[in-house]
Design a protein around this ligand. Structure first.
Ligand SMILES: NC(=O)C1=CN([C@@H]2O[C@H](COP(=O)(O)OP(=O)(O)OC[C@H]3O[C@@H](n4cnc5c(N)ncnc54)[C@H](O)[C@@H]3O)[C@@H](O)[C@H]2O)C=CC1
Ligand SMILES: CC(C)CC(=O)C(=O)O
Ligand SMILES: [Mg+2]
Length: 406
């Protein structure tokens, strides 16, 4: 079992329901931060990245600081370059200094990387390559992506209310293997002299076993159902995946295991998403299916994630990308990153009460009717990224104590 997941009781894996550019902290908030001088303290590496990344990370940082301080947790932040911004400044997408700082910290919060400017770079000079290097460098093989439809956002779902209501899925995605990392890969020429591009989907049995164990344990703390998604009718890597997951099931007799081909899973997610509890799948299928699942919840701007390994700091990031189409316009939904900060507190630091404060504040802010454009519906109040952050901050501050939240 991944040590980082042991930092907190495993039941917390049952995640359910349940100042871009710096919204100025108000005096009472500053006082809460000062009170934390003798608190439990942790070092957090912030990697804002590109596009909307810096906007959403600035907001999430303030929420994280305040929720921590109110629970006696001092968080010390250091910000490092990552992605396209690192390429521009240093010539590489993941500077050694950034990886070293991330490894040395207690947890890492990432915004997003990438953008049009770097789209045609050679592979080793792409922001996305830096992200893969970071995940591999931190050995965070288990990526938890919860997709739960909040009551307040049922109307924002693209699915009918009766289909979306009550959906609560955890996608457990393998993060450091599969086709994103497999070799050989590259460009070549076929027998007809035509140019080719190729990648390799490869999994070792041990890589499958360790992610499957995490998924069985996650399912055990949720509703006891695990669906393994693969393409075992065609791909050898998936045939091995299915064999290993099936073999492990004997150690988890209390879990109802099923298997589904990925094409069917993509269809079932929009036909009847409530059939799913926990899904375990490989790197590329998990990437795609979690973006699909996000729309059931209303927006990709709502979905957080936690990536953890056997040891070392966890990596916490929204599932979305750098959204260059809305970057710099104060339109981004910061809630996915704020909820990733809650996952950081829970899974990365074992600070459950502070995590709950953030989740309760997000729910309350939505109850108050504040919505960014991606989740807007008539009758609610349209706000930008900064204002959404300010409203969440106010709500975090106004909560009496976590006992009252429970
Ligand atoms: N983890 C990461 O850093 C990831 C980076 N990327 C990179 O991001 C860049 C853009 O990729 P896309 O395919 O366009 O995916 P994307 O997730 O950045 O955007 C897809 C759509 O969702 C919207 N969106 C995303 N996040 C949002 C938010 N918080 N609030 C409101 N709307 C939001 C965008 O405006 C866009 O219309 C690419 O360079 C890609 O490689 C993509 C996925 C993950
Ligand atoms: C940008 C890629 C490296 C990965 C991705 O889309 C994701 O992890 O969601
Ligand atoms: Mg993705």
């Amino acid at each position: 079992m991944a040590a980082a997941l042991q930092a907190t009781p495993l039941k917390t894996l049952a995640f359910s329901r349940r100042r871009a550019g710096g919204a100025a902290l108000r005096p009472r908030q500053m006082a809460a931060l000062r009170c934390s001088a003798s608190a439990r303290s942790y070092n957090i590496t912030l990697l804002p990245g590109d596009g909307i990344g810096p906007e959403v990370v600035a907001v999430a940082k303030d929420v994280l600081s305040l929720a921590g301080a109110l629970e006696g947790v001092e968080l010390r932040f250091q910000e490092k370059l990552m992605g396209g911004s690192a390429l521009d400044a240093t010539g590489v997408p993941l500077p050694d200094e950034t990886l070293a700082a991330a490894r040395d910290s207690d947890a890492v919060l990432l915004g997003a990387i990438g953008g049009y400017k770097w789209d045609n770079n050679e592979k080793h000079l792409k922001p996305e390559t830096g992200l893969l290097q970071l995940r591999a460098g931190l050995r965070v093989f288990a990526n938890l992506r919860p997709a739960a439809v909040l009551l307040q956002l049922v109307d924002a779902s693209t699915l009918k209310k009766e289909v979306a209501e009550g959906v609560d899925i955890m996608v457990v995605r393998e993060l450091t293997g599969g086709i994103y990392f497999g070799k050989p890969r590259g460009f070549g020429t076929n027998d007809n002299g035509e140019e080719t591009g190729f990648n390799t989907e490869v999994y070792a049995a041990s890589e499958i076993d360790r992610i499957a164990r995490v998924a069985f344990e996650v399912a055990r703390k949720r509703r006891g159902k695990l669906c393994s998604v693969d393409k075992a009718n065609v791909l050898e890597a998936s045939m091995l995946w299915r064999r290993r997951v099936t073999a492990l099931a004997s150690e988890f007799a209390d879990i109802e295991l099923s298997h589904m081909y990925v094409d069917n899973a993509a269809m079932q997610l929009v036909r009847n998403p409530k059939q799913f509890d926990t899904i375990v799948t490989n790197n590329i299928f998990g990437d795609i299916l979690s973006d699909e699942a996000s729309m059931i919840t209303g927006s990709i701007g709502m979905l957080p994630s936690a990536s953890v390994g056997e040891s070392g700091p966890g990596l916490f990031e929204p599932i979305h990308g750098s959204a260059p189409d809305i970057a710099g316009q104060d339109k981004a939904n910061p809630l996915a990153t704020i909820l990733s900060a809650a996952m950081l507190l829970r899974y990365g630091l074992g600070e459950e009460n502070a995590a709950k404060r953030i989740e309760a504040a997000v729910t309350e802010t939505l109850n108050q009717g504040f919505r960014t454009g991606d989740i807007y519906s008539p009758g609610t109040t349209l706000v930008g990224c900064k204002r959404m952050g300010e409203e969440v901050l106010k709500t975090v501050e106004s909560q009496k104590a976590v006992a009252a939240i429970n």
